[in-house]
Design a binder for this molecule. Sequence first.
Ligand SMILES: NC(=O)c1ccc[n+]([C@@H]2O[C@H](COP(=O)([O-])OP(=O)(O)OC[C@H]3O[C@@H](n4cnc5c(N)ncnc54)[C@H](OP(=O)(O)O)[C@@H]3O)[C@@H](O)[C@H]2O)c1
Length: 269
Amino acid sequence: MAAGGLRYKDKVTLVTGGSKGIGRGCVEVFVRNGSTVVFCSRGESEGKRLEEEVNANGPGQAFFIQCDMAKEEDCKNLVEKTVKLNGRIDCLINNAGTHPSHKPIDQFSGEDLRELLNINLVSFFLTSKYALPHLRKTQGNIINVSSVVNTLGQHYATTYVSTKGGISAFTRGLAIDEAKYGVRVNTISPGNIWTPLWDHLAKTTDNPNEAIERGKDSQLLGRFGTAEECGLACLFLAADATFCTGIDLNLTGGAELNYGVKNPSAISK
Ligand SMILES: NC(=O)c1ccc[n+]([C@@H]2O[C@H](COP(=O)([O-])OP(=O)(O)OC[C@H]3O[C@@H](n4cnc5c(N)ncnc54)[C@H](OP(=O)(O)O)[C@@H]3O)[C@@H](O)[C@H]2O)c1
């Protein structure tokens, strides 16, 4: 273990979409482990508040930069500002993304898919592309936040699962190309993690309480995962898993195991 038990001391981490949810869990865990963390979101007040909060506790430090990862210029500026502030990047966590409300394909347009691809996949591609010249110098690593639905699929979520399948495939392709530079590229695939996004999606259903109970019961462990647990899994990939590249680490509480009732006509009875 690194000096003082700090597992990512003197390292610079860039987290996209870090003001809330899984990204916030990453910011907190990495700062607690001595890393300097640059993170972004579109909303400024929550980002600034988190920056203040984590800097009060350290021992690492955080810098918030407002940006919209759906815009290529913002992806590029985020990387450039990170290097200007800190001189290096050791770990890029591509996390910013969203999940639209559930509906059948008939109610999604091509434009819906294009917009979602832009934030959920193209931003991962672009931020990786701009960060890689710096990651090659440090023999750093990239962690892409996919989802277990990239392998399981998910009802009424054709656009979302398309973007997450893309992320997992992108990870494997990039891991192959970057190995010669000593850069590792991995994916975490969370299942149901309790975040503002999950809370919002539950509220769009007819019965939010029932949706939340079903969300908990979808895991063998009988609960949601936490943003902190996602941050700890990312820290494991960044700091400890130095022989892992191109892997997809499930964070699911066992959601993908065992048979369940899946026949649509039995479920609606
Ligand atoms: N929660 C789950 O159960 C779950 C499961 C599997 C995978 N995931 C994945 O995990 C990632 C994070 O999900 P979450 O549940 O933590 O979501 P969340 O609670 O909505 O948090 C998303 C974060 O990303 C930021 N963000 C969103 N769009 C952005 C944009 N265009 N530019 C910059 N920042 C942006 C948000 O801030 P602003 O809104 O202020 O921009 C916020 O900080 C997503 O890729 C999601 O697909 C989540």
